[in-house]
Design a protein around this ligand. Sequence first.
Ligand SMILES: [Zn+2]
Length: 256
Amino acid sequence: MPRHPERQLERISQPVAAELMKRSGIAVVVAGSIEQHGSHLPLGTDLFAALSIGERVAERLDTIVVTLGSVGIAHYHGGWAGSLTLKPETMITVFVDICEGLKDAGANRILVVNWHEGNSATMRIAADRAQMVHGVQVVVGESHIITNSLHPDEMEFTHSGAMETSAVLAYDASLVHLESLAEPSDREAGDEAHELFRRRDVYPIMRDFHDVAPTGWYGHPETATVARSEEIAEEVADHIVRRAKEVWDALGKVSH
Ligand SMILES: [Zn+2]
């Protein structure tokens, strides 16, 4: 199963979209980011990665996918011009407002597909707020974490390395420019620094991505391939749908 841009809400006529949401009771919401990814990947890497998986998830659930917009929470990439960020309160407001419309269309279950670590803390608050204000039920799928967990060695949890290159290949291979590779930062130092921010017990909050990778990126983008990228995106979509259904089954009867 390749991509499914026809699942994007913007591309669907109103009666069809309304029917899909009413019948499934579900809407998929994508959260990405516009931030530097070296000179071989586009600024929209995280958006494209999340959208490519979000479309596949929407196809499996026979519903629509809509993005929160292109921009996420990425102020710590601000040292590289062209990176953009929302304030957390902006993202919360946008998410809550979008959930109101989705709920009005009959989608009481909101399945978020996120690809950006910087969004996660804000997404939790946004989801909590939307649940309280609009009575929807939000489930969050962290697609980058899933990709890495399914294939820890192949899909390295770096920045702009094999995992993110693969994710962009699965969206649009013409956006990957390995011929323009600039100097990576040290792999071991990057892993070590990133690990601090990913601790679950005692952890710092990211202020400047230079603390992880002085050149902005690290990893092995050259190991990603188009053929594998699509297989992996499919697996990640399957995983999100299966796990979301587990949650829905556990927390109440699935409405479709
Ligand atoms: Zn990224």
